[in-house]
Design a protein around this ligand. Structure first.
Ligand code: SF4
Ligand code: SF4
Length: 134
């Protein structure tokens, strides 16, 4: 992993803290969040590694990861954390910042495949747009 000055983005770290209400410095890397995460196998950065990268100020590694979009916002990690760090809130804050920064939603209604529009429960559609759209 290449560390550059530009990747140490303290302004973004403050925004993540403000939006999420979480203090990433509380994490002591026990790994319980990763062990409990039901989708960790699909992630390119594991949940506890997300916290470590943010502690080190390596925001871009997190923002460019697949992990923040794969996170299912299930809050399992938050329930297991002995330090009361709610990683789901942190993931959400990073997604919100990216959507704001890029000025566009990650998905649009017209992009949804026909099968999803017909078969997905309304609650799932609403949750999806809450996660992927402004
Ligand atoms: S469970 Fe909490 S303290 Fe342990 S690695 Fe995950 S976020 Fe950090
Ligand atoms: S909220 Fe995200 S990171 Fe936490 S356990 Fe669920 S899917 Fe994994």
């Amino acid at each position: 992993m290449k560390v550059t000055i530009e990747s140490l983005r303290s302004d973004i770290l403050k925004d993540i803290a403000d939006i999420s209400g979480e203090n990433v410095a509380e994490c002591y890397q026990c790994g319980k969040c990763t062990a409990a995460c039901p989708v960790n196998q699909a992630m390119d950065i594991l949940p506890h590694q997300v916290l470590r990268l943010l502690q080190l100020g390596l925001v871009d590694e997190v923002m460019n990861s697949k992990t923040i979009w794969i996170c299912a916002s299930c809050f399992t990690c938050a329930g297991r954390c002995p330090r009361d760090v709610d990683l789901a809130n942190v993931m959400e804050a990073v997604r919100v910042l990216l959507l704001r920064e890029r000025g566009a939603s990650r998905i649009k209604a017209e992009d949804m495949p026909e099968i999803l529009r017909k078969g997905m429960p309304e609650q799932g559609i609403v949750s999806g747009f809450r996660k992927y759209a402004k």
